[in-house]
Design a protein around this ligand. Structure first.
Ligand code: FAD
Length: 545
């Protein structure tokens, strides 16, 4: 049978092994993993810190023994592939326990070496024993052992991306005092625009996380993390969650080309520039389905899909690589944040113009006691209405983001979102799901049916004494309102038109943008030409600015 050798035995590598066995009962499949475990759930590692996953051994889904028994795959742990000889089609392998080396021949080689957490050389103090990173089962057990044996109280997490946030939540739940630091002004900058990120910040603050944003770390001492402005954060342990660097050395040493992002370059069949050498997972460069530019996407599902496609190609099955969207979800205590496609910043970096619709509908029929608002923002192309991204926050938001990702995979437009026929039942969704509402609003904007202003412009409007009309009822207005806003409730505006001038811009808002949208329409129908609805309205003003 065919000799298949795999480098790396986790998300990508283990998927290659399983797929290859499903296609070929006679193949000799050997999977080398330099660490002590294959097939563990990286994504579940943070949940051991709160003992949501009770035992570290539960993180490992399959042992080498199980691989052999169930799949007839040789999963060889503690073995590092140190060199590839693409001419003779062999790999050099080093046993990390005994130091012994060997050479193994392959017909096809699959590289799934993953990525390494960043530990910036120029970050003073980052090489100390109490500064950790998180990627593997030993990483999480060492970190956890240190926290317990050293009786750590205060932990600083540097980097407010997905992993930083998941660790923050789990350590907080485990009773530690956590400070989350990021150089950027917002959390989850790769997923969320600055407006929706504010909801994440509020959720963290509500759970007593000390949030330090917009501050670079100047150094890490044995007891503190020091910020550029001189603030010293107490921390007896530090986790760096600053992103990852693709593991490219092995491939590059053998002569494989790297792409413009620095990750391993592969073609549409996941072939590297070396014959019979495929590469997948966090180590490779992918193509964005939206910008058509090279990109990196360090997520588990794309690694598994690539594994399947690469093996299919070896076995002569037709393979068509679609670009990637980058759908992901991050729980933040009582909320979920999720996104797919481009953010405003990513669109800007790719020189793509975008417009957006922000809606704040309920997640269930309003009258139900456990109905909550969810925030959903859809980004779309100005002329064509093609959906380019979506991001949302709510008690649950996976359905909205998954549905929109599905439409985006079909290159759909905001009209397609508006036309979706989604299941409705009061306890799970309003009749018009948030996705449909966002599609309708975006379609209206696309067709210039009315005008809106972004909620982030409100402070400037206030500063310039713009005419802001709050159409909520007087009781709501009395409970808090935008400085200088005039209250003309929706229930009274038809009798009070004399108070609304024709000769200056009028900015309308209510609580979520729904009532003010109706008033915007009415005023337009009455001949007003300079009326703007404030997207997201008072809720967004309070929660996102
Ligand atoms: P890995 O799974 O890292 O596997 C690579 C393996 O190759 C490593 O075990 C490494 O030891 C081994 N290796 C490297 N070089 C060699 C060599 N020369 N010889 C032998 N072995 C070698 N993704 C999501 O989509 N959703 C999530 O919720 C999510 N949460 C995450 C949470 C955490 C804490 C972490 C760390 C990651 C998370 N990810 C998540 C990302 C996801 O785990 C990765 O995208 C995925 O594991 C990538 O698969 P891979 O096979 O490329 O790399």
């Amino acid at each position: 049978g065919k000799k298949i050798v795999i480098v790396g035995g986790v998300a990508g590598g283990a998927s290659v092994a399983a797929r290859a066995r499903r296609l070929d009962e006679t193949a000799e499949i050997t999977m080398y993993e330099r660490g002590p475990y294959v097939s563990f759930s990286n994504c579940s590692l943070p949940y051991y810190l709160s003992r949501t996953v009770a035992d570290a051994t539960d993180l490992v889904m399959m042992s080498p023994g199980q691989f052999k028994a169930q799949y007839n795959v040789d999963a060889v742990v503690n073995h590092e592939v140190t060199a590839i000889d693409p001419v003779n089609r062999t790999v050099h392998v080093k046993n990390r326990v005994t130091g012994k080396t060997q050479t193994t021949a392959y017909d096809d080689l699959f590289l799934a070496p993953g990525a390494t957490p960043l530990r910036p050389q120029n970050l003073r103090g980052s090489d100390q024993g109490h500064v950790f990173t998180l990627r593997t089962v030993p990483d999480v057990t060492h970190f956890d052992d240190y926290l317990t044996t050293q009786k750590v109280r205060d932990v600083a997490i540097v980097g407010a991306g997905a992993i930083g946030l998941e660790v923050t939540e789990n350590l907080t739940r485990a009773g530690y005092h956590v400070t989350l630091v990021d150089q950027k002004n917002q959390a989850l900058a790769g997923m969320l625009d600055s407006d929706l990120a504010q909801l994440v910040h509020k959720q963290l603050l509500d759970h007593h996380v000390d949030l330090q944003l917009g501050q670079a770390v100047s150094q890490i001492t044995t007891t503190t993390v020091d910020l550029a402005d001189g603030t010293q954060i107490p921390a007896q342990a530090v986790l760096l969650a600053l992103g990852v660097q693709p593991n490219t050395t092995l491939a590059a040493k053998a002569g494989a080309k790297l792409g413009t992002t620095g990750a391993i370059q592969v073609n549409q069949h996941y072939q590297t520039s070396l014959p019979h050498v495929y590469a997948i997972g966090d180590a490779v460069e992918l193509t964005s389905a939206l910008t058509h530019q090279p990109t990196q996407l360090t997520l588990a599902l794309p690694a598994q899909m690539a594994a399947r496609r690469a093996v299919d190609h070896v076995y002569g099955r037709p393979v068509r690589t679609r670009g990637v969207l980058g759908s992901q979800l991050v729980p933040v205590f009582e909320l979920e944040a999720a996104a797919t496609g481009l953010t405003e910043a990513a669109a800007k970096a790719a020189h793509l113009a975008v417009r957006s619709a922000l809606v704040i509908p309920s997640d269930k029929v309003d009258l139900l006691p456990n109905a909550h608002h969810l925030y959903l923002k859809v980004l779309f192309a100005p002329m064509t209405g093609t959906v380019l991204g979506a991001q949302g926050i709510g008690k649950t938001i996976d359905r909205q983001i998954d549905v929109i990702a599905t439409v985006m995979a079909q290159h759909g437009t905001v009209e397609d979102l508006a036309d979706l026929e989604l299941a409705y039942q009061p306890t799970v969704s309003p009749a018009k799901n948030a996705v449909v509402v966002a599609g309708l609003v975006a379609t209206n904007l696309l067709n210039d049916e009315y005008h809106q202003v972004d909620v982030r412009q409100v402070p400037e409007l206030v500063a310039h004494d713009a005419l802001i009309i709050d159409v909520r009822e007087p009781g709501e207005f009395a409970n808090g309102h935008v400085k200088g806003a005039r209250n003309i409730p929706m229930s009274q505006f038809r009798q009070r038109l004399a108070e609304i001038p024709h000769n200056q811009p009028v900015y309308l808002h209510c609580a979520t943008g729904k009532r003010s949208y109706n008033v915007t329409r009415a005023l337009q129908n009455l001949g007003y030409t300079n009326v703007f609805n404030i997207a997201g309205s008072f809720n967004a003003i309070c929660e996102t600015t």
